[in-house]
Design a protein around this ligand. Structure first.
Ligand code: ADP
Length: 376
């Protein structure tokens, strides 16, 4: 069995040990030389070029992804050529375009923030007037880690984005939505096989800083009852109705009045699921491989009552994580390190650490303490 992964980042990299354990061959189609996943058999190419991607696909049994940016045209050519693409283009569309995603979820009757499609500042002004004068504007495509998300309080505050849209031959629009008064952000992951089996992990709490995931607590504290049920129902429904194959992560807002709203979808392993490498019987990386190969899914329960995952970002000093090992490994022997092998740059996501155990305060302290020592 050979799985081809388009994209050579850390998500592809973390599929490698899972593939090794399952005895599955993993091949990576990377954007550049020396990327995080080049430990696996990697070719370097342009994922926007149908011929290059088709040629790569000839050597594997199934194609899956480390990111959502492969154009629909390329995906459809793969399908036409008889390649198993998981998730397929019809599902992936909703992880690629936030406007289509909002519309689809609303059609399915799922809870989403109040939203609208706006083509110009006049329409944005109308939305602001109807929704308390503050809103969140988002680029429909291409945003990540909070880039392409802006809080606005006046209609002109997205003029630069509207101007860019006007240059686009296909026209286009922005997504605008209410500024949700959330008490916290949650993430619910599930995996689905083409033949239909779906399994969910526990819902987790994710803490963002500057629009980027900083920390994840699994399971989400206090979310045992209704919130957990509602979250997993939402993710099951999306996976089923959109025909997702592989891992689906649903980013959620838990509002101050205790509703759960869908923010975003990712159809691949997701930062909010890294905790499961140590914390769950089956990691999202192993599960993704099982799912795209249509193999029976592994159990998704927790191995320890609590897991805390902290992302490690490059600090000002530019020191690689590995140079801090003598100190960090000595002081935090219970914490597990994941180093993505990237060139350090200030603010760049270089890796993550995970601690697990029975006492949440202790687990969180250990993980945060170690991560902060990598970031100096
Ligand atoms: P990206 O695709 O760049 O990750 P998201 O849509 O997930 O963008 O938004 C990034 C972060 O911005 C969210 O995790 C959340 O903290 C904040 N955010 C996004 N939409 C809203 C909203 N409607 N109300 C309040 N905060 C929001």
């Amino acid at each position: 069995m050979r799985v081809g992964v388009i994209g050579g980042g850390q998500l592809a990299r973390m599929m490698i040990p899972a593939a090794v354990n399952l005895g599955v061959e993993l091949r990576v189609f990377a954007e550049d030389e020396g990327m995080a996943a080049d430990l696996a058999a990697a070719v370097v190419g342009d994922y926007r070029d149908p011929d290059e991607v088709l040629q790569f696909a000839e050597g594997v049994d199934v194609i899956t992804f480390d990111h959502e940016h492969v154009p629909q045209l390329v995906l459809r050519k793969l399908v036409e050529a008889g390649v198993a693409v998981r998730p397929g283009p019809d599902a992936l569309l909703y992880a690629q375009d936030k406007l289509l995603m909002r519309q689809k979820l609303a059609d399915l009757g799922l809870p989403v923030p109040v939203w609208a499609r706006v083509e110009n500042s006049f329409e944005l002004g109308e939305f602001l007037a109807e929704n308390g004068g503050t809103a969140v504007v988002k680029a429909a495509r291409g945003g990540y880690d909070g880039k392409g998300v802006r809080v606005v309080r006046a209609a002109h505050e997205a003029d630069d984005w509207f101007a860019t849209l006007a240059e686009d031959a296909n026209g286009g629009a922005l997504l605008v939505e209410e500024l949700v008064d959330f008490q916290r952000e949650l993430a619910q992951s599930v995996a689905r096989r083409p033949s239909g089996q779906i399994l969910a992990w526990p819902v987790v709490e994710s803490v963002q800083r500057d629009g980027v995931c900083a920390e994840v607590i699994a399971p989400a504290p206090g979310a045992l009852g209704k919130v957990a049920d509602v979250s997993s129902d939402i993710a099951y429904t999306i996976a089923e109705k959109l025909g997702v194959t592989g891992v689906l992560a649903v980013e959620l807002f838990e509002t101050t009045d205790e509703r759960v709203l869908v923010n975003e979808l990712a159809m691949r392993p997701h930062n909010s699921g890294h905790w499961g490498i140590e914390g769950s019987t089956t990691s999202q990386f192993e599960q993704h491989l099982r799912a795209v190969l249509d193999l029976p899914l592994g159990a998704t329960g927790v191995r320890e009552p609590w897991s805390v995952m902290i992302n490690v970002f490059g600090g000002a000093s530019g020191v690689p994580m590995i140079e801090r090992y003598p100190l960090t490994l000595a002081e935090h022997p219970t914490v597990k390190v994941h180093n993505y092998g990237k060139e350090p740059r200030p603010g760049r996501k270089l890796g993550h650490v995970t601690a697990t155990g029975a006492d949440l305060d202790e687990v969180a302290y250990e993980a945060r303490a170690m991560a902060s020592k990598f970031e100096v």
